[in-house]
Design a binder for this molecule. Structure first.
Ligand SMILES: [Zn+2]
Length: 384
């Protein structure tokens, strides 16, 4: 398959070439009227994301898909910026345009069930992903080059899961209906403390789990809390030794040293290491490239948050924290982003947690923990 260079497309007259690109991804217009939902695959995985066939072209939900294929989404709903490892484009839904390298070209987008839909072909032309479509299943598959299965095997494999492994049936394969999940990451900083046990009790009660970014000296003080936390399916992360700005951020070497000492404390308390780090007060503005290079080349993954409970600030107004955190989670979730909630391992948080967990559970969220394979989310968009 010929590959297309986005910049060349802009230069050679956006409209004509973009139309040609859209036609590449198009299929016969058997269902020209209306919209048809199509399961989306990424490499060898069938995601729960639904693409749509509209007017003979394939569209994917911008935010869910970007999250899946590791494109960063920033900007506003009026000007959505999509950033890949080498390229960046700005999508302006109101004007039905996209801007890249100072050039503007028409881009058809629309909103479906609150999701901004973009042509799947854009991922190919702008970011060099593969986009393939099998009308027989049907399924659309985006590839980054890391896929192991051919399209045919990918289709066969997913047909296999649909009939429960009983082999081929006479019936036409049914569309797979993945169980919808709404993942959320709860994170707890600054522990462990004398109250970690109570915190873990509350998490257990609601079937929830979290990721704990812990300070080395506290780990040494409460090793049993760390053991319990790890054994009960929560995740351990590092938060350094001093929590003092001038000491932690003194140099890239000082930051690395604190995390390594913290990891040593974790090792002696619970017998494990971790690559997950959260720097004191968050990574902006101090954790600049030199710091990140130092830390990432030692194998660490940097995590910030997108929901700040401010539980450290409002230690008595529990309702304010509950309202604010639930509201922020709803906003982030509506944007198609997985919420990463910053909370603290402290007594005040014990007061807000039951209500927050009860509500999130009722809303269908599943509490996940971060691991070294999860694509890092941080204020620098540094995915190493
Ligand atoms: Zn902290």
């Amino acid at each position: 398959m010929k590959s297309f260079d986005w910049k060349r497309i802009w230069k050679s007259g956006g409209l004509v070439c973009l139309t040609a690109l859209l036609l590449l991804a198009a299929v016969p217009r058997a269902e020209a009227s209306g919209v048809r939902e199509i399961p989306l695959g990424y490499n060898d995985e069938l995601t729960g994301i639904k693409a749509e066939m509209k007017d003979g072209a394939l569209y994917v939900p911008l935010r869910e898909t970007s999250n899946k294929i590791h494109l960063a989404v920033s900007g506003t709903n009026e000007k959505i910026v999509l950033t890949g490892s080498k390229h960046r484009i700005t999508i302006v839904p109101g004007a039905q345009e996209a801007i890249s390298g100072g050039q503007t070209a028409p881009l058809k987008t629309y909103v479906s069930a609150g999701r901004t839909m973009i042509p799947a072909s854009l991922l190919k032309s702008a970011f060099h992903f593969g986009v393939a479509y099998d009308a027989g299943v049907p399924v659309v598959r985006i590839t980054s080059g890391k896929q192991k299965l051919s399209l045919q095997d990918f289709v066969l494999q997913n047909r296999g899961t649909e009939d429960g492994g009983r082999g081929k049936t006479e019936d036409k394969p049914q569309q797979q209906k993945p169980v919808p999940t709404k993942p959320i990451y709860l994170t707890f900083d600054d522990g462990p403390t004398a109250h970690t046990g109570e915190l873990l009790d509350i998490l257990d009660k609601y079937g929830a789990r979290g990721t704990f970014f812990m300070l080395g000296p506290n780990i040494a003080s409460y090793p049993n809390a760390v053991k319990r936390l790890v054994q009960s399916g929560n995740a351990a992360g590092l938060h350094g030794m001093t929590h003092v700005k001038s000491k932690f951020y003194a140099s890239p070497a000082s930051a690395l040293k604190e995390m390594e000492q913290d990891n040593a404390a974790l090792r002696s308390a619970a017998g494990i290491d971790t690559t997950l780090i959260r720097t004191p007060y968050g990574s902006k503005p101090y954790f600049t490239e030199a710091y990140r290079n130092k830390m990432m080349s030692a194998g660490f993954h940097l995590w910030d948050w997108n929901v700040d409970s401010e539980d450290w600030k409002y230690k008595t107004d529990h309702n304010k924290v509950i309202r604010s955190v639930l509201q922020q989670i709803e906003t982030v979730e509506k944007q198609g982003t997985v919420p990463i909630v910053l909370m603290h391992d402290q007594p005040a948080t014990l007061k807000v947690l039951p209500e927050v967990l009860k509500t999130l559970k009722a809303e269908g969220f599943t509490f996940e923990v971060i691991d070294g394979q999860t694509t890092p989310v941080n204020f620098w968009h540094d995915k190493r």
